[in-house]
Design a protein around this ligand. Structure first.
Ligand SMILES: [Fe+2]
Length: 149
């Protein structure tokens, strides 16, 4: 699966992490075909780890900008991590889940990016601008007081 322009939500750091997840999904697909179980296990673990830290990063960012739908967004993340772990367990028991997993991952990721993630972009951008403006005002004030005190 190739990255497409429409997958970008316009926040560089997040877009970069989403691309990284897509790379993991593609790697999983490549080795799924070659069939080395230990390799599959390795990629699966990296993928789950990376996805979890990406979710934490995103939730942290949304918390900082007071995103009002953070609880439900976090709920979606948690549910997805739960599903991934269920797959991991089934894989460890010897079940051939790679095919289903690949389909779930690619569908879920694109859908989540284009809908759920897209929804927070404006809130993040507005609050970032507001934050930068306050920073500037504070800087301006201290500059002002240094000159005129
Ligand atoms: Fe998200």
């Amino acid at each position: 699966m190739e990255w497409q322009e429409s997958f970008n939500i316009g926040i560089d750091v997040i877009d970069h992490q989403h691309r990284q997840i897509l790379d993991y999904i593609n790697r999983l697909e490549e080795i799924r075909v070659s069939g080395h179980r230990s390799k599959i296990q390795e990629v699966l673990e990296d993928l789950i780890d990376y996805t979890q830290s990406h979710f934490s990063f995103e939730e942290n960012l949304l918390m900082q900008v007071n995103y009002q739908y953070l609880p439900s967004h976090k709920g979606i993340h948690d549910l997805f991590v739960k599903r991934l772990n269920e797959y991991r367990q089934r894989f460890e028991k010897g079940e051939a889940v790679e095919n289903d997993l690949y389909r779930l991952l690619s569908k879920w990721l694109i859908n989540h990016i284009q809908h759920d993630d897209q929804d927070y972009v404006d809130a993040v951008r507005d609050n970032m601008i507001r934050y930068l403006r306050t920073q500037e005002e504070t800087k301006g004030k201290s500059w002002f007081s240094r000159i005129f005190s």
